[in-house]
Design a protein around this ligand. Structure first.
Ligand SMILES: NC(=O)c1ccc[n+]([C@@H]2O[C@H](COP(=O)([O-])OP(=O)(O)OC[C@H]3O[C@@H](n4cnc5c(N)ncnc54)[C@H](O)[C@@H]3O)[C@@H](O)[C@H]2O)c1
Ligand SMILES: [Zn+2]
Ligand SMILES: [Zn+2]
Length: 374
């Protein structure tokens, strides 16, 4: 079948919306009609060449929601008509990581930059050439063929537009605070960078009972939104936030700082490291360009102050269990989703959406797809 898709032809590059050919689903794969896809900064890292990929054209998009239209042989967990949210790591359920409750570290996650399907072959073509797709998904397309491991079923009555951010931003941010920082009641938490990921770290920290959730972002809209969604204070720089944290902790500093800036560099990590107390934890969720080779953290202080640096992928979540759990919290009114989407775009407007992200005009921009006859 034919499908419109936003692809990169080179790095760095802009998204080009082109008509592609899409094969039907093979073993254990499903065809999904995308309804909405979030403009996560991680896809922009690819466009800006922060992370090098090997294969072009490359269709972006890893955070989305849609409807299963067809299933390939052997699919057991989904049927046509099911509503799904994408999982940007394909949780197999059987590898040592999945089996021990760390589906975010599934061994098949190694393929997310490669762009093929699990069997190493491609399902999309442009002018006869195989198209690599982000995270085995390629949500920046009207239709996608993906492994059933990349699709998490959700109840039919939940609006797919609301659910789309559960593909990445919500679990990644929420889990960065709840799972990786392990925020407990009364703690002082700094969230550095309030985009689609950071706003959910704010929600997670508040939900875990933090006494102070201190949001940091140079953009006023981000600070205002953070204050509406659980932050108790907001500053335009980490230095001011750290100073405030020390002022309320007898000079000690924050219990944890979650780093969710758009493009991570060593300086951010040094600042975050200085902002936490002895025994405090710095959660590193933001992604640095692959060329950033080291971080300016004092090894002496690391040991003597027993500080911890904790990396965090996909909120340390197991998407097939945690996405439905977060959705239930949304339905109970405990987690905000609709307030996170500031502007919606058509697929053709994708570059406008990313420009808006860089200009600080959005918490999360969302592509909405029209319903097309097949
Ligand atoms: N680890 C993971 O599993 C994972 C998953 C998804 C995204 N990410 C990464 O998380 C990061 C955030 O993604 P996003 O989609 O929310 O990006 P975004 O661009 O929407 O938000 C980043 C925010 O950081 C703010 N910011 C920039 N510099 C800052 C600074 N020095 N101090 C405070 N705030 C600052 C920006 O104003 C912006 O509001 C990206 O690096 C992305 O690649 C990681
Ligand atoms: Zn993402
Ligand atoms: Zn696995």
């Amino acid at each position: 079948m034919k499908t419109k898709a936003a692809v990169l032809m080179q790095q760095p590059g802009e998204w080009e919306v082109v008509e592609t050919d899409l094969d039907g689903p093979r073993d254990s794969e499903v065809l999904v009609r995308m309804v909405a896809a979030g403009l996560c900064h991680s896809d922009d890292h690819v466009a800006k060449a922060d992370g090098k990929i090997q294969h072009f054209p490359y269709c972006g998009g890893h955070e989305g929601a849609g409807v299963v239209e067809d299933v390939g042989p052997g699919v057991r967990s989904l049927k046509p008509g099911d509503h799904i949210v994408t999982s940007f790591i394909p949780g197999c359920g059987r590898c040592a990581f999945c089996a021990s409750g760390h589906q975010n570290l599934c061994q098949y996650g190694a393929l997310i930059m490669h762009g093929s399907q699990l069997d190493g072959t491609y399902r999309m073509r442009y002018q006869g050439q195989d198209v690599a797709r982000s995270s085995l998904i390629g949500a920046f397309a009207e239709y996608s063929v993906m492994s059933e491991w990349s699709a998490v079923r959700i109840p039919d009555h939940v609006p797919l537009r609301s659910a789309a951010m559960l593909g990445c931003g919500v679990p990644t941010g929420w889990g960065s605070a709840v799972n990786a920082a392990q925020v407990t009641p009364g703690q002082v938490v700094i969230v550095m960078g309030v985009g689609g990921i950071g706003i959910n770290a704010v929600q997670g920290a508040a939900h875990a009972g933090a006494g102070h959730v201190i949001a940091v972002d140079p953009v006023p809209l981000k600070r205002e939104t953070a204050l509406k969604l659980g932050a108790t204070g907001a500053f335009s720089s980490i230095e001011e936030a750290a100073e405030f944290a020390r002022s309320i902790t007898n000079g000690q500093g924050a219990d944890s700082t979650v780093v969710t800036v758009g493009v991570l560099n060593g300086e951010h990590l040094g600042q975050a490291f200085d902002s936490v107390r002895k025994g405090g934890v710095v959660v590193v969720t933001a992604v640095a360009p692959m060329t950033v080779g080291s971080i300016p953290v004092s090894p002496f202080m690391l040991a003597m102050f027993e500080k911890r640096l904790q990396g965090c992928l996909y909120g340390s979540m197991s998407p097939s269990g945690d996405i439905p759990r977060l959705l239930a919290m949304y339905e109970n009114g405990q987690l905000k989703l609709d307030e996170l989407v500031t502007t919606t775009y058509s697929l053709d407007e994708i570059n406008v959406g990313y420009r808006d992200m860089h200009a600080g005009r959005n918490i999360r921009g969302l592509i909405e797809f029209p319903v097309l006859p097949r």
